[in-house]
Design a binder for this molecule. Sequence first.
Ligand SMILES: [Cu+2]
Length: 92
Amino acid sequence: MGERIERHRRRSAPEDTGHIEENDMTTSTYTVTGMTCGHCASSVKEEVGELAGVTGIEVDVATGLVTVSSENALDPEAVRAAVKEAGYEVTA
Ligand SMILES: [Cu+2]
C-alpha cells in the first residue's frame, strides 16, 4: 500500500512533462455484446465497478462500447469475467 502512494506522488509532478496527465489513470475500451438498454448498462457498470482500482465506467449501449478508467492497468480477463457475471460477453 505505501509503495503505491510513493509511486503516485512521484509521477504526479506536472513539471516533468510540461503537460497535465490524468495522474496514473488508465483507460481501456471493450466491446460488449447483448446490452439493449440502460438497465443492461447498469448491470455491467455494477459488476465491472467491483474490480479493484476501477474509478469510472462509461457504457454506450448502442455501440456496445464499455470504457473503463482505473488506477492501474486492469487484467482484461478480470474485466471479461465481470462482464460475464453481469450476463454479457466481451468480444473485443
Ligand atoms: Cu437491458
